[in-house]
Structures are given as C-alpha cells and as structure tokens.
Ligand binder design. Structure first.
Ligand SMILES: C[S@@+](CC[C@H](N)C(=O)[O-])C[C@H]1O[C@@H](n2cnc3c(N)ncnc32)[C@H](O)[C@@H]1O
Length: 254
C-alpha cells in the first residue's frame, strides 16, 4: 500500500491517545521509567545481537566516520550505544553528538562516556524540533527511536534539515520478519515472552507491551522508503537484517 500518496504517515500513538503532544509525553515518561534497566534489558532480550547491529551500522557508514572533519548526530540516542560505536570508528577530530529528550537516559549515556573517557557530547533535544542549524551534520542516525516519534513526517523533515548537502541519514528499526516459520516463532517470542520478561525485569509491563504493538503498527520498509523520498532524500534504500527483525534505512541529501 502506498501510504505516502495518502498524505503522510502518523507517528506513534500509545493505546487510547490521539493528541500528538500527549503521545510524546507518554513516550517520554515511559522511557524515563525504564532508563535504569534499559541496557540490561536491551542486551538480555536481544541475546546481545543489538550490539552487532549497532557495530554494523557504524561499519556501513565508515566512509563518513573515518573523516576527521565529520560531524555526526545520533538521534534518540538513549544510553548512547550507537554514538559509542561511531566513536570507535572515527578519528579524534570527528565530532559525535547524541541527543534524546529523556534526561534519565542522558544521565546514563554521560556516565558511560565519562567512565570510559570517550569523547561524545550528549544533548537534551526533541527529535521533532532539533536545536541545530540547517546543514550541520554529515551523518544523522536513529536506532530504535524513530518508531517512537509522534510524527514520522516531521521526524524525517528535521533529519533532512540538519543534514549537510551530501550527508546521509540512517534509521535502524525493528520490523516484522517475513519468513513463515521464523516469523511465527519470532512473533510468539516478541508478543508473548518479551512483554512478560521485560515487564518482570524492568518493573514496567506497559513499556514491553508497547514495544511489539508499536512495531506491528510501524510502516513496512517499502512505505518508510517512500516517506524518505517524500521528505526529499535521494538514493534511498533499505537492508533487512537478521531474518528481517530489523531494517536499516538510508537516504542522502544532495
Ligand atoms: C528504544 S530507545 C533507543 C535508544 C538507543 N538509540 C538504542 O539504540 O538503544 C528509544 C529512545 O528514543 C527516545 N525518544 C523517543 N522519542 C523521542 C523524541 N521525540 N525526541 C528525542 N528522543 C526521543 C527515547 O527517550 C529513548 O531513549
């Protein structure tokens, strides 16, 4: 289905919420509550595969990251792991910034940076109203955060605005796997086991019921690609990883 031709995709709305601002407030509150156990749960529930995914994103964009004058922004950075993966690839001169609108996440990302003496700047910012000038970054990424935005169209417009001409956008998101058997097994894990485990360990059942629900409502890769094009991106494309559990989307600003 070509959703792009229907006037854009609405963003995430937690159950029963229609207002965009209220949706964002609920998402912010939810991530604030799970922040203390976010890393533990991430690695546990994905069996550490999330680390491989972030490293792979960094490798895909090594051409940009290896430039000592590169400016890189990781949106919805959470506890900072993608920004740290970028830092490992980048020379000292390259500037890596992570941004998120939940202070409890940023406390942790800054503590991790300080603990391993890593030079990444973390900024509190809403991805839908970024405090950065037009044409500022060579690479803008977002891992597992874009799905949570209350307005996908505006999210893409903001990414496009802050990218320099020639810059690249990278969005890593969960997706519904396509294979029949693998898809069925994965859906059982994702919809039934993960919410229970996540709720038990984080003490916040809502967040881990919201996760599979938000993934099932997220646009299919083909539809998101159309949204990239609609926002002005060129040379768009996506790759399915790990049987289609996640998708890396990319697009360039010419
Ligand atoms: C699932 S976490 C992903 C964190 C990190 N990128 C990772 O790979 O682990 C989603 C993050 O998106 C952030 N987020 C959601 N909506 C946001 C918005 N509108 N502006 C900024 N951050 C947002 C949340 O606070 C949360 O830290």
């Amino acid at each position: 289905m070509n959703l792009a031709s229907q006037g854009g995709l609405p963003g995430t709305r937690p159950e029963g919420v229609t207002d965009e601002r209220e949706a964002a407030a609920r998402v912010r509150e939810m991530f604030g509550r799970i922040a203390p156990r976010y890393d533990l749960l991430n690695h546990l529930l994905s069996l550490d595969i999330d680390k491989i995914w972030r490293r792979r994103v960094a490798k895909r964009f090594a051409g940009i990251l290896h430039d000592s004058s590169a400016r890189v922004l990781d949106l919805c950075c959470g506890t900072g792991d993608l920004a740290f993966a970028f830092r490992k690839q980048a020379p000292l001169g390259a500037a890596i910034t992570g941004s998120d609108f939940v202070p409890e996440m940023l406390v942790r990302s800054r503590a991790k940076a300080a603990a391993s003496s890593v030079n990444v700047e973390f900024v509190e910012a809403d991805a839908l109203a970024l405090p950065f000038a037009d044409n500022s970054f060579d690479l803008v990424s977002c891992a597992f955060g874009f799905r949570n935005l209350a307005n996908y169209e505006r999210g893409l417009q903001e990414i496009f605005r802050v990218l320099k001409p020639g810059g690249q956008a990278a969005i890593l998101e969960f997706a519904e796997p396509q294979g029949k058997l693998f898809g069925a097994l994965y859906r059982f894990y994702f919809r039934h086991m993960l919410p229970r485990l996540g709720g038990l360990i984080s003490g916040n059942a809502e967040a881990y019921t919201y996760l599979p629900r938000s993934v099932s409502k997220f646009p299919a890769p083909e539809d998101l690609r159309l949204q990239f094009e609609r926002a002005g991106f060129k040379k768009t494309g996506f790759e399915r990883w790990t049987g289609g559990i996640v998708t890396l989307h990319r697009g360039g600003k010419s």
